[in-house]
Write a protein of this length. Structure first.
Length: 481
């Protein structure tokens, strides 16, 4: 039976309150019982002390009785009677306390025996011949008194030991019950508070790495459920903001690329303009073959311009995340074409991606990954010449496509390696970068169920290694991108 079924429809605060209340009541109940036992022990201990005194008094009575019977001294007879009177007074003194004890039914017998003994002492004849039977009765009464007094002490001492044993058993049982309760309480706190907090802590670390998968919501009907629901709302909002940041970063990249795209469009437009002028001049000559050639040149340049604009539009368009089998080479080539206008003279981009490597990806977002990595690589090569190399291969053992993007730039300092994928972390000058590029790259690769690692040495360059899930060619059909 789970803790939730034991305490149904109660929130954590109520469960803790019920638990603490039960603990306080149990402690109070056990404390009350223990106090009652201690009071009984105190009363019995007091009675035993008086019973000891009474036993000693009886022994003194018997001693003076024997002395009187042996020597006939009047002094011994007076002492005997004095101790009898002391015994009667002691019995009267403890009479109220005896009423509450189990030995109370035998207490009147003690008094009767002592009074009978006293009468025998008073009636003891002086003639030796006639007092022999009386002496025998006196000795029997005296022995009975001694036995009764010893029984009183022994009985109550035994009762004290029994109470102490009961108290020990009760305290041990209470300790075990308390430990059991504390174990249950710790279980409740661990399951209902600490465990969900650890899950939330792990989820925040996962979110920091770009994974926005929400937490499962359990029907606990307590604060934990409400916290998880609120946390999931926050995660959904963060994912929405992340998408907005990705789009904003994309627009920022478009701003950087625009100047280069304009230059790329200018070349085909100039060629089209030149071809049109030539056609106008040669139109009256009637050389159809030459005119056809010029028009073909115009068509080629139009297609070239269309491809440039199409690539820019494809990059800027907002689409839902969707995985499709796509040739990786096509995505890499489109990225290189878009970034080519930003490549300074002396920096070469080398692409070594197999034509037949088809990976299940979101082409638009993976293109953004390559653009960010290429832009960073270009900026890392401070003084040309330099080289940026993109390679890809299949690791059959792990069933992954392994993609590397490496440059011969300045590298990343060792102390900053662990922070390169953190949002808003940048090594560039203020205003030169947002610090979102690599964070977005990390998030996109995570969405692909892949991983990305970085290797770098200062002064030698940097290598980013991307690993994506790979399906064999017989499971993937090659579509056009």
């Amino acid at each position: 039976m789970t803790a939730g079924k034991i305490l149904p429809h109660m929130n954590i605060r109520q469960k803790v309150g019920v638990g603490l209340t039960a603990c306080i009541l149990a402690i109070g109940f056990i404390g009350g019982l223990s106090y009652n036992y201690l009071r009984q022990i105190e009363a019995k201990q007091h009675f035993v002390e008086i019973a000891d005194d009474l036993s000693n008094t009886i022994l003194e009575i018997r001693r003076y009785e024997k002395n009187y019977l042996l020597y006939g001294s009047a002094e011994d007879l007076r002492e005997n009677r004095r101790y009898i009177q002391l015994g009667l007074e002691t019995l009267d003194k403890i009479a109220p306390e005896v009423k509450q004890l189990k030995i109370a039914p035998r207490f009147p017998l003690f008094r009767e025996e002592l009074l009978a003994y006293s009468r025998l002492m008073d009636e003891l004849p002086k003639n030796a011949e006639t007092r022999a039977p009386v002496e025998e009765q006196l000795r029997e009464r005296g022995k009975t008194l001694v036995d009764l007094s010893l029984h009183l002490v022994k009985f109550e001492r035994q009762r004290i030991l029994e109470i102490i044993q009961t108290l020990k058993t009760q305290l041990l049982s209470s300790m075990l019950a308390f430990l059991g309760f504390m174990t249950f309480f710790v279980f409740i706190v661990s399951r209902k508070i600490i465990s969900p907090l650890r899950v939330i802590e792990g989820t925040t670390l996962r979110i920091a790495q770009g994974n926005f998968r929400p937490l499962p919501v359990l029907d606990t009907r307590d604060e934990t459920q409400r916290v998880v629901e609120a946390f999931n709302r926050m995660v959904a909002e963060l994912e929405k903001r992340q998408d907005q940041l990705v789009q904003a970063k994309k627009m920022s990249s478009l701003g950087v690329l625009t100047a280069g795209i304009a230059h790329q469009l200018n070349n085909p437009l100039n060629n089209i303009s030149t071809s049109c002028q030539i056609v106008q001049e040669e139109l009256n000559q009637g050389d159809t073959e030459f005119l056809s050639k010029m028009l073909n040149n115009v068509e080629q340049e139009v297609n070239r311009a269309r491809d440039i604009v199409k690539g820019l539009l494809e990059f800027s368009r907002v689409r839902d995340f969707e995985l499709k089998p796509i040739p990786l080479e096509d995505v890499v080539n489109r990225s290189i074409r878009l970034i080519s206008s930003q490549v300074p003279p002396g920096i070469d981009i080398v692409q070594e991606v197999p034509r037949n490597l088809v990976v299940k990806i979101d082409s638009q977002r993976l293109q953004e990954v390559f653009l960010n990595l290429l832009m960073n690589a270009i900026q890392a090569i401070k003084e040309p010449p330099g080289e940026i190399r993109i390679t890809a291969r299949v690791n059959d053992g792990s069933r992954q496509a392994v993609i590397t993007v490496e440059d011969t730039g300045v590298g990343i300092p060792r102390e900053e390696m662990d922070r390169v994928f953190d949002p808003f972390f940048t090594t560039k000058e203020v205003g030169a970068g947002t610090g979102l590029g690599l964070s977005i790259v990390y998030g996109i690769i995570e969405k692909h169920q892949g991983s990305i690692d970085v290797e770098s040495r200062e002064g030698e360059g940097t290598r980013f290694v991307i690993r994506l899930p790979y399906e064999s060619p017989d499971q993937n059909k090659r579509p056009s991108s």
